[in-house]
Structure formats: structure tokens, C-alpha cells
Design a protein around this ligand. Structure first.
Ligand code: 3PG
Length: 391
């Protein structure tokens, strides 16, 4: 946007790396197009400024050098054409050269099919850099990968900068984690502590409250000395969970442990649900959701928060009998005046289920990238752009 304002884009060849890696059904139809819609502002900005625009993305995890029909961005080109209201030609074998005139946009076929893309081969990166005058990275969802189109090209392009989506994501995350309005509450839920332990450890040094949910909460219940029956948990990580609780306590902050839970005897949508106090879970119980008292306590805390970071549903919300905890938490976030940021596939599915898209401050397009930011990692795509900006 700064380059456009400075009049530096007209007539220039602009290469936009977007993340158009969207889910498709077996027939190749796009089932969810948030990422494609999120890529539109950057493309329109460049087009309006009179640039010759090339857009690319990866789709899936294809084998390099072996293009298969299902690797094609053709459905994405179609959807982009509809959203932009103009034809978006799809260009195959584009590394050696691309024909595109100012005021036009083309989509360059799945960049991950190119040999050297995944491993960030320097020769490939230099060739791609020669295609453009300005490289724009707008692919937040892929910002945790140092690949040819997310890292290498940024090293060699004459100008390399962040697009509006990447800038907005960085902005929202910085606002939420680096300079938050307090209290800052994080919800980290999901099935396993092991996949999110570094996130829990990193957040425990910053947040005022760390709400755990799902299988993660079960391991924390064990750490708090509670019985969880045959619920999903990782007993070998109880000590790590206890360390997180202790480090939060030492800072005067808390990990709220559920006071009640919703149990079943089997993992099934039609399994009878029973609400139990957290200290009354039987040996043959499976905990599938937080109970109503816990949900009400968390809702109060969320309503009083200054900032909320949300990753993960707190129960098995796909089953209606075990969805109330996640729904209560979702609605509390929606009605809270806190700045909220949410990310991750399951979280986005919960947001869609309860129709609260407009009430969440920022919904990240990142899956793995969002989680790595929560871990406190500097994402390679940010790092190289910052280095280029610093000269
Ligand atoms: C994602 O869907 O999380 C991103 O597009 C990154 O995809 P990847 O994990 O295949 O790199």
C-alpha cells in the first residue's frame, strides 16, 4: 500500500505470493474459500495501481517436478475470476518467463510443483526474482515456511514487501501478544498437550489467564490431582502441565481447572451425556466437554478481558451433546468488548458453526503459521521482509 501511495507500482511487474491452499472435495470443488477472498485486496490494489500482476500459491503437498491434475490451481483461478469479475488466466511452466501486461492479472500454477521450491533452491529463487520488479508476500498461512516463493525470492527481488493481508495479520497478532490491553486471556484447547506444549509454555510467561480445554484440560486436571477416568490424556506430560500451572501462579496468574465436566461412557454423538463435578469422574467416564459451571466462570472472565487469543474448541463440539462448552465460550468471546484474535482450523469451524465471524476482532487465515506465532517464533517470511526493509 505504501508503494502504491508513492506511485511506484504503475507499469511494474508485481509478483504476489498468496496462500490459496483451500480445501476441496473429491470432485475438486472448493469447499471453503476464505483464503481466496482474503487475497483479493492485494490483487485489486496492484491492478488499480496499473501493475502487471502475477499471483501464485501452493496447493497441497505435491511431489516436486511431478505435476498431477489434482495439484492444479484451476479451481482457484475460476474462483478468483468470479471474485475479481475478470478473467484470470492460469499459467503453467512459468519459471522461465511470464507474459502479462499492465492492468492484467494471471495466476501462476502451483508453485510447489517447481523443483527446488520446498528446499528454497537459490537458482530457482533467482529465476523467480527476475520475473518481477516488486515481490509482495501476502501469504500469512505459509509464513512459517522458508520456501522459494516465501523466502528465496524475497532475498533477490528488486523490492520485497508485505501485502495488506500479511501486514494485517502481523498487526493483529502484535496487538494481541506484544502490546495487549490487559487482562490478556488465552484459550489453548485441542486433543494433545504434546502438540501445543511449547505454545502453553510460551504463553504462560505472558498471559494473565490460560484457559485449557479438550484433551489438554484432561492432562491439566491430572496435574491438579483430579481423576479423569478413561478420558484422553498424556500422563507423561503431567509434570510439564504442573510446571505451566506453577509458573503462572508465580506470576500471580492462573490456569482455571474445570470445576465440572460433561461425561459419557463412549465417544459417540448419541452417547448419553452426564454433568459431573470435576472430583466425581468415574473410572469408566470419558470427559467430552467442560460443564455449565465451568463454562459460566470462563464466560465471566472472557467478558472482563482486554484481549483474547483463541485456539481450539474446549469440547467435542461436533457432537451437539458436548458442544455447549465451546458454544458458551464462543458466545462470550463474541459479546466481550475485548480485542479477540482466533486461528486454527477447528476454531474457525466453531466460529462458523455459531455464526460469530463478525464479532471476533481478527480471524487469522493461518493454521500452522498462527500456532508458530503463539509459540513465540519469528516466522521466516517475516524475518526476510524485515531484513529487506532494514536495507
Ligand atoms: C496451511 O494450510 O496451513 C498452509 O497453507 C501451509 O501449508 P503446508 O503445511 O503444506 O506448508
Amino acid at each position: 500500500a505504501d508503494l502504491v501511495a508513492a506511485g511506484k507500482v504503475a507499469g511494474q511487474r508485481v509478483f504476489i505470493r498468496a496462500d490459496l491452499n483451500v480445501p476441496q472435495d473429491d470432485a475438486g470443488r472448493i469447499t471453503e474459500d476464505t483464503r481466496i477472498r482474503a487475497s483479493i485486496p492485494a490483487i485489486e490494489l496492484a491492478l488499480k495501481a496499473g501493475a502487471a500482476v502475477m499471483v501464485t500459491s501452493h496447493l497441497g503437498r505435491p511431489t516436486e517436478g511431478e505435476f498431477k491434475p489434482e495439484d492444479s490451481l484451476a479451481p482457484v483461478a475460476q474462483r478468483l475470476s468470479e471474485l475479481l469479475g475478470r478473467e484470470v488466466p492460469l499459467v503453467a511452466n512459468w519459471v522461465e518467463g511470464v507474459q502479462v501486461a499492465p492492468g492484467q492479472v494471471v495466476l501462476l500454477e502451483n508453485c510447489r510443483v517447481n523443483k527446488g521450491e520446498k528446499k528454497n533452491n537459490e537458482e530457482l529463487a533467482k529465476k523467480m526474482a527476475q520475473l518481477c520488479d516488486i515481490y509482495v508476500n501476502d501469504a500469512f498461512g505459509t509464513a512459517h515456511r522458508a520456501e522459494g516463493t516465501t523466502y528465496g525470492i524475497a532475498q533477490f527481488a528488486p523490492i520485497a514487501c508485505a501485502g495488506p493481508l500479511l501486514a494485517a495479520e502481523i498487526d493483529a497478532i502484535t496487538k494481541a501478544l506484544a502490546a495487549p490491553k490487559r487482562p490478556l486471556l488465552a484459550i489453548v484447547a485441542g486433543s494433545k498437550v504434546s502438540t501445543k506444549l511449547t505454545i502453553l509454555q510460551s504463553l504462560s510467561a505472558n498471559v494473565d489467564g490460560l484457559i485449557v480445554g479438550g484433551g489438554i484440560a484432561n492432562t491439566f486436571m491430572l496435574a491438579a490431582g483430579l481423576k479423569i477416568g478413561k478420558s484422553l490424556a498424556e500422563p507423561d506430560l503431567v509434570a510439564d502441565a504442573r510446571a505451566v500451572i506453577e509458573s503462572m501462579k508465580a506470576r500471580g496468574a492462573a490456569v482455571p481447572i474445570p470445576v465440572d465436566v460433561v461425561c459419557a461412557k463412549s465417544f459417540a454423538a448419541d452417547a448419553p451425556a452426564t454433568i459431573k463435578a470435576a472430583n466425581e469422574v468415574a473410572d469408566d467416564d470419558l470427559i467430552l466437554d467442560i460443564g455449565p459451571k465451568t463454562a459460566a466462570i470462563l464466560a465471566e472472565q472472557l467478558k472482563a478481558a482486554g484481549t483474547i487469543v483463541w485456539n481450539g474448541p474446549v469440547g467435542v463440539f461436533e457432537f451437539d451433546a458436548f458442544a455447549k462448552g465451546t458454544e458458551t465460550v464462543a458466545r462470550a468471546i463474541a459479546s466481550s468488548s475485548a480485542f479477540s484474535i482466533a486461528g486454527g482450523g477447528d476454531t474457525l469451524a466453531a466460529i462458523a458453526k455459531y455464526g460469530i465471524e463478525k464479532d471476533v476482532g481478527y480471524i487469522s487465515t493461518g493454521g500452522g503459521a498462527f500456532l508458530e506465532v503463539l509459540e513465540g517464533k519469528t516466522l521466516p517470511a517475516f524475518e526476510i521482509l524485515a531484513r529487506r526493509a532494514a536495507g
